[in-house]
Design a protein around this ligand. Structure first.
Ligand SMILES: NC(=O)C1=CN([C@@H]2O[C@H](COP(=O)(O)OP(=O)(O)OC[C@H]3O[C@@H](n4cnc5c(N)ncnc54)[C@H](O)[C@@H]3O)[C@@H](O)[C@H]2O)C=CC1
Ligand SMILES: CC(C)c1ccc(C(=O)O)c(O)c1O
Length: 254
């Protein structure tokens, strides 16, 4: 894909399942990746692996729910790696429960990570991109935000909100020619899915999710990364405000 070499890319949740696949693919394409993650150990291990393979990456231990910490980390990236060209908001979290069995402290955590996290990141990075009139944003939502998902009510609320927010940012950033797009994975084999569906009941939930996928299998993190790179590349320079599901046909939204 065109235009990714030497680009500075920030990936939140970059040490996780889908995030690490995205980071690897960007570095394989010649980009320099800033791995933002709460899990400092996993982020550092990923950077070591990428460097061993000849790629360029640096880990940043950041909690995306912390507004000041996000601004400080973004400033550090620009000082250490250069102006940020691409922002991928990928970090997310949930655990499965029916809404009526949940309480506010749980909602606060889900909203803090899945909504305030991306808000903080956009606020810190897009002002800089906007001043430069250059940049790209790819937000990782979920098919849960398009069609809902039982036992993921507050998460779906956030992921649907992220889609609406992305379309609004796409409009607000259009004058600066900064595309903002959304990728919606379906059920994908990562720790998040394992956490959502545990034990025998979990296996039944996973089997049910797979059954709903026309392609008849769960996604792998590598299935998601290519679409993210495409949207960050020059090949997608005229695409903005779009939502693409990468879910083996789970949702076919017009
Ligand atoms: N796995 C799945 O089936 C699906 C995942 N998604 C979305 O894909 C994205 C990536 O998810 P996975 O790779 O599956 O999850 P994961 O659990 O493997 O990775 C998430 C990463 O985010 C990091 N993180 C969590 N809270 C953070 C915070 N406050 N600050 C910084 N980093 C934080 C974690 O340390 C972890 O490394 C998420 O936005 C998720 O909602 C969407 C649809 C399906
Ligand atoms: C139903 C959607 C696609 C879904 C399923 C599972 C998880 C997860 O384990 O985190 C999601 O994030 C989803 O969005």
């Amino acid at each position: 894909m065109k235009g990714l070499k030497d680009k500075v890319v920030v990936v939140t949740g970059g040490a996780g399942g889908i995030g690490s696949a995205i980071c690897r693919r960007f570095t394989e394409a010649g980009a320099i990746v800033a791995v933002f993650d709460l899990n400092a150990q996993a982020a550092s291990a990923l950077v070591g692996e990428i460097e061993t393979a000849g790629g360029r990456a640096r880990d940043y231990s950041v909690d995306i729910t912390d507004h000041e910490a996000v601004h400080a980390a973004v400033e550090r990236v620009e000082q250490e790696l250069g102006p940020i060209d691409v922002l991928v908001n990928n970090a997310g979290w949930d655990t499965g429960a029916f809404f009526l069995q949940t309480e506010k402290p749980f909602w606060d955590k889900v909203v803090a990570i899945n909504l305030y996290g991306p808000l903080n990141m956009h606020h810190a990075v897009l002002r800089r991109m906007s001043e430069r009139g250059h940049g790209r944003v790819v937000n990782i939502s979920s098919d849960a935000g398009r069609v809902g998902s039982s036992m993921e009510a507050v998460y779906s609320f956030c992921k649907g909100g992220l889609i609406a927010f992305s379309k609004t940012m796409a409009r607000e950033m259009a004058r600066q020619q900064i595309p903002v797009n959304v990728v919606c994975p379906g059920p994908t084999a990562t720790a998040l899915l394992d956490n959502l569906a545990q034990g025998e009941k979990g296996e039944r939930i996973k089997a049910g999710l797979v059954k709903a996928v026309p392609f008849g299998r769960m996604g792998q993190p590598e299935d998601i990364a290519g679409t993210v790179l495409f949207l960050a590349s020059d090949d997608a320079a005229f695409i903005t405000g779009q939502v693409i599901s990468v879910s083996g046909g789970l949702t076919m939204v017009g």
